[in-house]
Design a binder for this molecule. Structure first.
Ligand SMILES: Nc1ncnc2c1ncn2[C@@H]1O[C@H](COP(=O)(O)OP(=O)(O)OP(=O)(O)O)[C@@H](O)[C@H]1O
Ligand SMILES: [Mg+2]
Length: 255
């Protein structure tokens, strides 16, 4: 079988708390995402999900362990290899508005993402319109500022920008958690359509097991920085082995 798009092995991360005590946010975490696969990471607040995302995107380094992305060891990569990785891996955050520069229109922000991969202003502007269309936004949104659009529209624009460089992996960290339930469903539908059309892989991080189950092939359950359960999402939902997973499941079922 071909090498996974993302291969995280035995990653451990400790933070120094105020007062000098050490806190282990991630403990021996391993995870893979294969080509075209959609993998979920689920767990309650503080279990280490965003820390894992920050290590995968190399915003921070782990204490030990390895992160291989498309064949490159990211914990050791620099220069051109890191730039290539940043082109092929994009992140979508919970708060779309804070990931855009408020002084720039959405069109200008999306076009900025195109500049490394496309010359010619006309070509870029046409591509911005195409990307907006892909995410279900009319061309007029290119002229809008982040504050002038709804949270759902802004998240669509963030997705347009994220796919502009045709990445191989999209990491979504609570990407729909700030949205109304109906808008949440629309964004999931959009991510599903993009996946179908592009074959892109996803690492989908959420505290909501029901949401993860609607979207992910396989899921890792994270508890206190450790992977306590993993497998096909349907199986985890049907026969959760861990009490913790059962609790995650029942908390979503009672809402
Ligand atoms: N830079 C840091 N310094 C100290 N502790 C940190 C740091 N970053 C994260 N932590 C701690 O690590 C733990 C995991 O945080 P993380 O943000 O990864 O959780 P999370 O699963 O994403 O939670 P949420 O669902 O609320 O987003 C938390 O207890 C947090 O306080
Ligand atoms: Mg988080």
């Amino acid at each position: 079988m071909s090498e996974p798009v993302l291969d995280v092995k035995n990653v451990t991360k400790t933070f120094r708390e105020r007062g000098g005590r050490r806190f282990r946010a991630l403990d021996d975490v391993s995870l893979t995402v294969r080509e075209g696969e959609c993998v979920g990471v689920v767990g309650e607040s503080g279990c280490g999900k965003s820390t894992l995302a920050r290590i995968i995107t190399r915003l921070i380094l782990p204490d030990s362990g390895s992160v291989r992305f498309c064949g490159t060891e990211l914990t050791e990569a620099g220069g051109a290899a890191l730039r290539r990785a940043y082109r092929d891996m994009k992140m979508i955050f919970q708060e779309p508005r804070s990931s855009f520069d408020p002084r720039l229109t959405l069109g200008v922000s999306i076009r900025a993402a195109l500049k490394p991969v496309m010359r010619g202003r006309r070509e870029q502007e046409a591509e911005v319109r195409r990307l907006l269309h892909v995410v279900g936004l009319e061309p007029r949104f290119a002229q809008a500022y982040p504050r002038q659009v709804s949270g759902g529209e802004c998240q669509r624009a963030a997705i347009a920008r994220a796919i502009a460089q045709k990445p191989r992996l999209l990491i979504c960290d609570e990407a729909t958690s700030a949205l109304d339930v109906s808008v949440q469903a629309q964004v999931i539908e959009l991510l599903t359509a993009i996946r179908r059309e592009t074959g892109i892989s996803y690492l989908f991080i959420s505290h909501d097991l029901a949401l993860v189950s609607s979207f992910c092939d396989r899921t890792y359950v994270l508890c206190g920085g450790r992977v306590v359960e993993q497998g096909p999402t349907a199986q985890i939902i049907r026969e959760p082995r861990e009490a913790y997973t059962k609790r995650l499941l029942s908390s979503v079922l009672t809402i």
